[in-house]
Design a protein around this ligand. Structure first.
Ligand code: ATP
Length: 202
C-alpha cells in the first residue's frame, strides 16, 4: 500500500469515535466509515441487494428495493445461521468498497487513512488490515448519557447495545493507543488528537 499510514479507529457506542474521526480529517486524514459503507450496500439499488434477494427471498426487500431492516433484524436475532449468511454477503462487499475508497484516498495524496470501524476488535480480518489500532475509551455511564442525549434512546436499549459489543477490557487489550475520552471538553479532546497525530503520519 506504499507510504500510507492505515489507522484503525474504534470504540464502543457513544465513546467519541466519530468526533475523533472528524478531528483527524481536519488534520488531513481520509476517513473511511465502515458503517456508512455497510448501510449503503442495502439501500435501494445497493450492491448487496441482488444477493440478499436471492439468498433470503423477496419478502426481505421493501417495495423500493431496499433491505427490510426490521424483518432482517428479527431474523438474525433469532437465527445465528441466517446472521452468518447475511454477513457472508455483506462483509466481503464492505472489504471491497473500503479498499476502493482507500485507493482513491491515496490517489488524492492522503498519507493517513482512518478506518472508522465500530466492530474492529470483534473482527480479526479488520485488525490485520491496519497498521495501528486507536481506541477511544470511555466509561459505560458516559456512553449511556451521551447516546441518550444524542438519540433519545431508552437507557435499557443502550445497555443492550453495549453488552453486545466487545467489552472495554477486550478493546483496551487490542489497542496500540488509547484516547481516554472522559472528563475532557471537546477542545481538550482536540488537543489530545493533535498530540497523537504525528504518530499517524499527520
Ligand atoms: P457511535 O458508535 O454511536 O457512532 P461514536 O463513538 O462515534 O458513537 P460520537 O458520535 O463521536 O461517538 O460521540 C457521541 C456524542 O458524544 C456526540 O454527540 C458527541 O458530540 C459527544 N461527545 C463525544 N466526546 C465528547 C466530549 N469529550 N465532550 C462532550 N461531548 C462529547
Amino acid at each position: 500500500m506504499g507510504e500510507v499510514f492505515r489507522l484503525g479507529l474504534t470504540g464502543g457506542i457513544g465513546s467519541g469515535k466519530s468526533t475523533v474521526a472528524t478531528l483527524l480529517a481536519e488534520l488531513g486524514a481520509a476517513v473511511i466509515d465502515a458503517d456508512a459503507i455497510s448501510r449503503q450496500l442495502t439501500i435501494s439499488g445497493g450492491l448487496a441487494m441482488g444477493a440478499i434477494a436471492a439468498e433470503f427471498g423477496a419478502t426481505f426487500v421493501t417495495p423500493e428495493g431496499a433491505l427490510d431492516r426490521d424483518r432482517m433484524r428479527a431474523l438474525v436475532h433469532s437465527d445465528a445461521n441466517a446472521r452468518r449468511r447475511l454477513e457472508a454477503i455483506i462483509h466481503p462487499l464492505v472489504g471491497q468498497q473500503t479498499l476502493a475508497q482507500a485507493e482513491r484516498a491515496m490517489d488524492l495524496g492522503h498519507h493517513c487513512i482512518v478506518f472508522d470501524v465500530p466492530l474492529l476488535v470483534e473482527s480479526p480480518s479488520w485488525r490485520a488490515r491496519v497498521d495501528h489500532v486507536l481506541v477511544v475509551d470511555c466509561t459505560p455511564e458516559i456512553q449511556i448519557s451521551r447516546v441518550m442525549a444524542r438519540n433519545q434512546l431508552p437507557r435499557a436499549d443502550i445497555e443492550k447495545i453495549i453488552a453486545s459489543q466487545a467489552s472495554r477490557a477486550q478493546r483496551l487489550g487490542a489497542a496500540d493507543s488509547v484516547l481516554f475520552n472522559v472528563d475532557l471538553t471537546l477542545a481538550e479532546l482536540g488537543t489530545e488528537v493533535r498530540q497523537l497525530a504525528p504518530r499517524f503520519g499527520l
